[in-house]
Design a protein around this ligand. Structure first.
Ligand code: UDX
Ligand code: UDX
Ligand code: ADP
Length: 463
């Protein structure tokens, strides 16, 4: 099938950048991104392209180059579905907050709504592409809804998971390690796969475009994130052992990373991984394994999350015990609130959980993050429902200047690996703090020796 019109349902973090790059690389295809959220669409259409709702390096340039030519953002969902031969589903799949699988399974209600809407509207054959991260065998459910509620047109379901990481989304889309496309094994399925291969082949080398059956593709996405998270939990487990034995986790990571079978990436010990994907996808994997009765498989992967929770807890407990077991009323400066550097995204950030634990001990938290605003900090804490909003507001402040945030603090906790933290005048910070002045470096970004020379009581992770 020759594709001339693409529709993407969901103008979010995944749909927006992915479609912008497809439009940019395929000027012969009209790409329409639709969303129910009118405000979000308005921002994608903002005259000032810097106001688009997703910040990613390089994205605004790409959007500006194609918007209004062959890239459109709209709230007219039905119209876009109708005219497209290929429809990407890129809506959110949060963890369920109710019913069976609460707290673990993916909530597929938005996906199902999309399927029903496509079925209602479509009057010509469609290729439907799952872009959102979905549990294995979702394609089966999609197909069943489409075939049973549709207007008798033919549907092919493909799985084409997204592997982009925040902060490098455009780079990851322009030069992906691989593009994964899963589809039916019959002739019609293979034709649908080829139609999507042809789109990516406009800029991705053929040998990097991998085709599999639908279930392998769906499972590979969850597995990739589980493996990445597992590496972080593995090195974090070793970091605790290092602290007891006198080994240094940075040295250990370097030594094992040079083994080409292990590899050097994703071995940075930290206060714990965060982000919208890792925990959610592992919980999902665990839930799927359990639903097939595979208890050992479920337990194995669940341990990755448990170790991550443990890492956050022990970081908080160590602050309390080091500060003489009492932090009530003490000011503790948090450098960083985002889940990683170069983003304002705070979802599942370790900082939230560490702050919450310290606030249970009535510490006063002063947050400085170059990109996160105070309402976000408060909303992250309120979401935990540990205490009421007024109590959270009384215990945590955000300060727009790092030196002011650290002024008269008992301790500094480094929660995010922002580059700018390395460039501060640490002598000046030391001079303004209460003594003894503690630094708990949850990212191992400062020079331990230099900090000790200044006079800090410095503790990194895993040394
Ligand atoms: C291992 C280490 O590789 C080596 O660096 C160390 O010094 C000693 O232990 P070895 O025991 O010779 O070496 O075997 P290795 O090739 O690592 O395989 C270990 C086991 O894992 C074998 O039973 C192998 O069949 C199995 N294996 C390995 C798999 O099942 N799958 C794999 O992908 C790799
Ligand atoms: C991740 C995957 O990398 C991406 O492929 C997938 O599509 C979505 O999920 P992202 O959540 O943007 O991307 O962040 P990532 O860079 O993977 O980091 C996740 C978390 O792990 C962060 O909190 C990061 O600080 C932490 N991390 C990462 C470590 O603590 N140590 C490391 O060595 C690497
Ligand atoms: P992701 O990170 O997976 O891209 P986001 O939450 O950033 O997730 O974006 C998903 C988008 O999908 C949201 O903007 C939401 O409004 C949109 N959406 C959800 N359901 C529908 C639907 N049935 N029709 C159109 N848009 C939808």
């Amino acid at each position: 099938m020759k594709i001339s019109h693409i529709c993407c349902i969901g103008a979010g973090y995944v749909g927006g950048p992915t479609m912008a790059v497809i439009a940019n690389k395929c000027p012969h295809i009209k790409v329409t991104v639709v969303d129910l959220n009118a405000e979000r669409i308005a921002r994608w259409n903002d005259d000032n392209v810097e106001n688009i709702p997703v910040y990613e390096p390089g994205l605004s340039t790409i959007v500006a180059a194609s918007r209004g030519k062959n890239l459109f953002f709209s709230t007219e969902v039905d119209k876009a579905i109708d005219e497209a031969q290929m429809i990407f589903i890129s809506v959110n799949t949060p963890t369920k907050t109710y019913g069976t699988g609460k707290g673990m399974a993916a909530d597929l209600k938005y996906i199902e709504l999309c399927a029903r809407q496509i079925a209602r509207v479509a009057t010509t054959d469609k290729i439907v592409v799952e872009k959102s991260t979905l549990p294995v065998r979702t394609a089966e459910a999609l197909k069943s809804i489409l075939d049973n509620t549709g207007n008798g047109v033919q549907y092919q379901i493909l799985s084409n998971p997204e592997f982009l990481a925040e902060g490098t989304a455009v780079e990851d889309l322009l030069a992906p390690d691989r593009v994964l496309i899963g589809g039916g094994t019959d002739e019609a399925g293979q034709k649908a796969i080829q139609a999507l291969v042809d789109i990516y082949a406009n800029w991705v080398p053929k040998e990097r475009i991998l085709t599999t059956n639908v279930w392998s593709s769906e499972l590979s996405k969850l597995t990739a994130n589980a493996f990445l998270a597992q590496r972080v939990s593995s090195i974090n487990a070793i970091s605790e052992l290092c602290e007891k034995t006198g080994a240094n986790v940075n040295e250990v990571a370097r030594a094992i990373g040079m083994d080409s079978r292990i590899g050097s990436k994703f071995l940075k010990a930290s206060v714990g991984f965060g982000g919208s994907c890792f925990q959610k996808d592992i919980l999902n994997l665990v839930y799927i394994a359990k639903s097939y009765g595979l208890q050992e498989v479920a337990d194995y992967w669940e341990q990755v999350i448990q170790l991550n929770d443990h890492q956050k807890n022990r970081f908080a407990r160590n602050i309390v015990s080091t500060l003489y077991n009492t932090i009530s009323g003490k000011k503790i400066a948090f450098l960083g609130w985002a889940f990683k550097k170069d983003t304002n995204d705070t979802r599942e950030s370790a900082a939230i959980y560490v702050a919450d634990a310290l606030m249970q001990e009535q510490a006063q938290i002063a947050v400085y993050d170059p990109k996160v605003e105070h309402p976000q900090v408060l909303s992250d804490l309120n979401y935990l429902e540990t205490r009421d909003a007024a109590s959270n507001a009384a215990l945590v402040t955000s300060i727009g200047d790092p030196y002011a945030a650290c002024h008269e603090a008992h301790a500094i906790a480094i929660m995010t690996e922002w580059d700018e933290f390395k460039t501060y005048d640490w002598q000046k910070i030391y001079d303004s703090m209460l003594k003894p002045a503690f630094i708990f470096d949850g990212r191992n970004i400062l020079d331990a020796e230099a900090m000790r020379v200044i006079g800090f009581h410095y503790q990194g992770i895993g040394s």
